[in-house]
Write a protein that binds this ligand. Sequence first.
Ligand SMILES: [Zn+2]
Length: 315
Amino acid sequence: MTLPAPTSQRNWTPDSPDSFILRGTAAGGTLRLVATDSTSITEEARLRHRLSKTATAALGRSLSAALLLAVVLGKKPDSRVTLRVQGDGPLGWIVAEGAADGQVRGYVRDPAADLPIRELDGKLDVSGVVGSVGEIAVTRLLDNAEPYTGSVPLVSGEIAEDVAHYLSASEQIPSAVLLGVYEEGGRVSRSGGLLVQAMPGVSDETLSRLEANIRAMGPITDNLRVRTLLEVMQLAADGLDLQVVAQAQAARFQCRCSRQKAKNSLLYFGMQERQEMMQEGGQEVVCHWCNEHYQITPDEIAALDDPDDQPRGQA
Ligand SMILES: [Zn+2]
């Protein structure tokens, strides 16, 4: 397998395929910027789920969005945010879960769903495959607290606009969200996103300048093709005194599944069903988040009942 990105266009750990997150502020702290280069994340998602071209773009944008939302909404490094996009298109739904520490995972209902390139602008038809009627829901999973979910109707199915609408309508966080995935030669060449959040006290002049900058940039995907992530941030905050936090943060596609969790999931089945699994030579358990296939052997299934495997000393 080749590395997932043209390294000359990346501005962090140029010898590594890792994805990363950059943060900054502008206009005296009245704008907060969070950006991610998620190229290796989206490529791994494409390979793991055997995603079609359009499904790759839809899930890649959602994975970037989940990372950006986790940074913006998460209070602690392990705070997680789950983004669910449920549209009426052939993709079915998208689920992406990000953590503020840079771990993200996700899947779609129908990874093979695809549509021809859009005639209108020559771009992948993400809104066509997602659907423009439906809902976007965001759940915050916080330690020692009840999960909090907010949702709004989809506005376009292009993901970025929908996330921005969610943030302003449900979280009262006015923001601009840009998400893009560029595929070339059958793989992900560049994937990334930028979220600019307007903080209390932001001036009208700052907002006008930000809007003009983003308009002048053109499509984010075109920018990601030729610019580093830092350059994209600089363009968005042109003339607004961007201050970038020096340390980039590593990000990666990382599932929370394990062989042990896969084995334990078989405990939901009754003894007789597990006996049948053993007689049939074992049982395959598939993680829907990352499409990892765990082949659980008859011996492992038998061991689930093995008293040696259980804590002792309790009646
Ligand atoms: Zn998994």
